[in-house]
Ligand binder design. Structure first.
Ligand code: MG
Ligand code: MG
Length: 272
């Protein structure tokens, strides 16, 4: 059952989302060759707690850390470790926080130093597909409309769309109705309702769409060991339109990137 949120609840969810956004911004400045994912995990945990929030993933389904850290061919759910990142790696960082009883949950895939052009293109197309999907999250549409749009965009660029893992509704629990797959058929699935909040999160492979689950119970890699990218935003349906609760603006500030990609999904000016 989809649980729509009141205006007040949406503002609380914005607060939780922005704690995650700020966390990713702090990490953006620290992602570089030689840094371990466990070091970044500790930074994230300390910052989230300093904001009066709790890490959203730590202990959830027994996950051992604050961040899911998935380098290169890892798709999602990677466990932070002491191995240093290398020049040319990519690292997908998924972060959750809970404050006032509501979850924030979003993700960004970072380049570690200079990366190959073809990997750069994977990141670009995956992030673009996130906005292509968000644009379809509007009154009158259904889950399948978002799903189809993302699938179409990524497959037409030659990429594999992961099917076993999906986005989701978000609220007082991390995973609420509806499931938000990144593949599907137009006009199918649950109808969107005013006030609902979702995490839209394309997980896109450079090669085949198939994945492999590892024995640790968490790590998931691409079957062909080619790279995979993951971008995620939290979006509320407000006045029939998608309203971003999360932002990558903190990341872009840290990296010195100019971007207006979020402007069309924001009804109020973002104050950083
Ligand atoms: Mg996430
Ligand atoms: Mg999520």
């Amino acid at each position: 059952m989809i649980i729509p949120k009141t205006k007040e609840e949406i503002e609380l969810m914005r607060e939780s989302a922005l704690i995650v956004s700020k966390t990713l911004g702090i990490l953006a400045a620290e992602v570089k060759p030689g840094v371990s994912t466990l070091f970044l995990d500790k930074l994230a945990e300390d910052f989230i707690r300093s904001e009066g929030a709790e890490p959203g993933f730590l202990g959830l389904y027994d996950f051992p850390n604050t961040l899911c850290m998935s380098p290169n061919q890892q798709v999602v759910h990677g466990i932070p470790n002491n191995e240093p990142l290398d020049e040319g790696d990519i690292i997908s960082i998924d972060c959750g926080a809970i404050k006032n009883g509501f979850y924030g949950d979003h993700a960004y895939t970072f380049a570690v130093g200079e990366i190959d052009d073809e990997v750069e293109r994977l990141l670009k197309v995956t992030k673009e597909s996130l906005y292509v999907g968000i644009r379809e999250f509007k009154a009158g549409n259904r889950v399948g409309d978002v799903a189809f749009a993302i699938q179409q965009y990524c497959e037409s660029n030659g990429y594999g769309v992961v099917r076993e893992l999906v986005g989701h509704g978000l609220g007082r629990t991390m995973h609420e109705d509806p499931e938000m797959p990144n593949y599907g058929r137009r006009g199918r699935g649950k109808k969107f309702v005013e006030g609902m909040v979702v995490a839209i999160e394309p997980m896109i492979n450079m090669g085949v769409r198939q994945i492999r689950q590892h024995a640790d119970g968490w790590t998931i890699t691409t079957k062909d060991n080619k790279p995979s990218a993951h971008f995620e935003h939290n979006v509320a349906l407000v006045n029939g339109k998608p309203e971003l609760l999360s932002t990558f603006a903190y990341i872009y500030n840290a990296l010195g990137i100019e971007s207006d990609e979020e402007d069309e999904f924001r009804s109020q000016t973002l104050v950083l």
